[in-house]
Design a protein around this ligand. Structure first.
Ligand code: SF4
Length: 486
C-alpha cells in the first residue's frame, strides 16, 4: 500500500481522506467510497501499489538477497506511472510523485498523478457495416442515457460515450451509471449498450463488437464503388455484370468508370435508389443488418428491371456484399429474369479475395480528457507554462505510459487508446468523476523553466522507499516517454 499521501486525523478512529472533494471519513480498517484509499492503522493509505514499468525487462535485476530486498530495481530505466499513484486535493499541492531520472545521459523529470476527470469521455469506433442507429440517437446503458451515435466513418460507426453532461447534468442515477460505464470501458471490460431506434451492442476494447447478438467478423474492404474499383480487373472475362451492395454507395461494374476503362459493355440493369455518378448508387435499400449494411436479405430486391434493348438471355450477374460474406450468382433466362446458378470457380475466388482483404472487426476505445484545468497546479505554480510547454513539444504527455495525442488549440485535451494503457488503469470517485493516470515527462531544465515544483522532485529510490510498488514490463509498442525535447 502506498502511504505517501498526507494523512489527516479526525475525532475518534476516523481519518478524513483528502484525496478528492468527497472528503470521506474512514474508520480504521475500512476504505473510502472509491475503494482507492483506506485507513490502515491510522494512516491514510492508497490501496493499490504504484505501477512501475522497467524499460527492458531483461535488464532488471532485483537485489540478490530476498530478505534484504527493499524494492530496488537495478540496471534499467524505470517509468513511474500514474496507475496507483494517488491524487492530491486541493490542487495546489504538488503531484504525488515528481520523479527525477536520467535517460541516455539527460536529466529528466516525470510528474505523476491520477487525475480526477469530470470533463472526459470515450470515443468508441465500432468496425461494422451493420446499421447501429441514426446519427445523434441516444445510447443507453442500464436504461440511462450515456452518450450518442456520431458519424459513420469508412467501415466504422463512432459512438461518443460519457462526458460531463451525462456525469453532472442529468439525474444522480444517470451520472453514476455513466461513470460506471466509463470506468468499465477504460478498463477494457465488455459493456452492453442499447441504441434508441437501433441496435443492441456489446462492446469491449480490442474485441469484436457484438451487434444484436451476432459477433462481427469482417470490416468491409471499402464501399461498393471502391470494391468495384479494386476487383474490376479480376472479374473481367468471368462476368457480364457485378453489383456490390452497400448501404452507402452500391457499385455497378459495367456503368462504373472501372468497367468503362476495361471496355465492358452495358448490361441493361436498372437499380433502385438514387444515382450519384456513373455506376454509383445511394439508398438502394434501407439501412439494416442484411447485405452490405442494408436491410435486404434478397439481393434481387434492389433490381428494378432490365432494359430489354440491352440485356440478353444468358447474361452472367454477380451480386456481392462489401465483405464478401454474402454473394450470389445469377444468369438471365429467356424472359430476362435472373435465375440462381452455381457460381463459377474463378468468380468464387474473387469473392473470397474480398473477404481476405477485410480486416477483423474490432471495437476501439479512446479516452478523451481535459487536463488543462486545476490538475496543472500539481505540476507548476504557473499552469499556463505547462500548457505552452506541451504545445511547444517540450513535455511528453502519457496516460499510464501510453502516448497521448494532445489536441491542437486551447487547453490540454488528451486522447489515448485504452488498449495501450496498463490493465485496470481507471477508477472513479463519487462526485462523480473518472480517475485516470497521467504523466508529464520533460527535461529537468525545462521543468525548472516552467516553474515546476522542483523542491518536490524525488529520485526513484525515494519512491521505492516510501510507496508500495508493483512492476509490469514496459509495452514495447509505446515510445519511451523520456525521449523528448532533445
Ligand atoms: S472518494 Fe476516495 S479519494 Fe475521494 S475522499 Fe473518499 S476515499 Fe478519498
Amino acid at each position: 500500500m502506498n502511504d505517501v499521501v498526507t494523512t489527516t486525523a479526525t475525532a475518534g478512529a476516523k481519518l478524513e481522506c483528502n484525496a478528492c472533494p468527497v472528503l470521506c471519513q474512514i474508520t480504521e480498517g475500512r476504505s473510502g467510497a472509491c475503494d482507492r484509499y483506506a485507513n490502515v492503522n491510522g494512516v491514510l493509505t492508497r490501496v493499490d501499489p504504484v505501477l512501475l514499468m522497467p524499460r527492458s525487462p531483461q535488464r532488471v535485476a532485483f537485489a540478490q538477497n530476498e530478505a534484504d530486498w527493499r524494492g530496488e530495481i537495478v540496471g534499467a530505466e524505470v517509468f513511474v506511472s500514474g496507475v496507483g499513484a494517488g491524487t492530491t486535493y486541493p490542487d495546489y499541492k504538488p503531484a504525488p510523485f515528481i520523479v527525477a531520472s536520467q535517460s541516455e545521459g539527460v536529466d529528466t523529470v516525470t510528474v505523476v498523478t491520477e487525475g480526477i476527470f469530470s470533463y472526459c469521455s470515450f470515443r468508441v469506433k465500432i468496425d461494422t457495416d451493420r446499421y447501429l442507429g441514426p446519427e445523434r440517437a441516444v445510447v443507453r446503458h442500464r436504461g440511462e442515457a450515456v452518450g450518442h451515435v456520431t458519424t459513420q466513418e469508412y467501415g466504422s460507426q463512432f459512438l461518443s460515450l460519457g462526458g460531463v453532461h451525462h456525469l453532472t447534468a442529468g439525474s444522480k442515477r444517470e451520472g453514476r451509471v455513466a461513470c460506471d460505464l466509463m470506468v468499465a470501458l477504460g478498463n477494457r471490460e465488455a459493456v452492453d449498450l442499447s441504441i434508441e431506434g437501433g441496435a443492441e451492442l456489446r462492446v469491449q476494447a480490442g474485441q469484436a463488437p457484438i451487434v444484436n447478438g451476432h459477433p462481427e467478423r469482417r470490416m468491409r474492404v471499402g464501399c461498393g464503388s471502391a470494391t468495384i474499383g479494386i476487383f474490376a480487373q479480376q472479374w473481367l472475362g468471368h462476368v457480364d455484370e457485378v453489383v456490390v451492395i452497400d448501404d452507402h454507395i452500391t457499385g455497378v461494374l459495367s456503368e462504373h468508370q472501372a468497367g468503362k476503362c476495361l471496355d465492358m459493355p452495358p448490361s441493361g440493369i436498372r437499380l433502385r435508389g438514387r444515382k450519384s455518378t456513373p455506376g454509383r448508387y445511394f439508398q438502394v435499400a434501407n439501412p439494416g443488418t442484411g447485405w452490405g449494411g442494408t436491410d435486404i436479405t434478397d439481393p434481387l430486391s434492389i433490381i428494378e428491371g432490365w432494359n430489354p434493348k440491352i440485356a440478353r438471355p444468358g447474361l452472367r450477374l454477380l451480386m456481392v456484399s462489401t465483405t464478401g460474406d454474402d454473394a450470389a450468382w445469377f444468369e438471365l433466362d429467356e424472359s430476362l429474369r435472373p435465375v440462381p446458378a452455381p457460381m463459377p470457380a474463378a468468380v468464387q475466388t474473387v469473392v473470397e479475395r474480398i473477404g481476405e482483404n477485410c480486416e477483423p472487426s474490432l471495437a476501439t476505445v479512446l479516452f478523451v480528457a481535459g487536463a488543462g484545468g486545476s490538475l496543472r497546479a500539481g505540476v507548476t505554480d504557473n499552469p499556463i507554462r505547462l500548457t505552452r510547454s506541451i504545445k511547444d513539444l517540450l513535455v511528453n504527455v502519457t496516460c499510464g505510459g501510453a502516448p497521448a495525442y494532445v489536441w491542437p488549440g486551447g487547453g490540454i485535451t488528451v486522447m489515448v487508446d485504452v488498449a495501450r494503457m496498463p490493465a485496470n488503469s481507471f477508477g472513479w470517485v463519487p462526485t462523480p468523476a473518472v480517475v485516470a493516470p497521467i504523466e508529464f515527462t520533460m527535461r529537468l531544465h525545462d521543468y525548472r523553466a516552467l516553474g515546476g515544483h522542483v523542491g518536490s522532485v524525488v529520485r526513484l529510490a525515494d519512491v521505492l522507499a516510501n510507496a508500495a510498488v508493483r512492476t509490469e514490463p514496459w509495452d514495447p509498442a509505446n515510445p519511451w516517454p523520456a525521449g523528448i525535447g532533445r
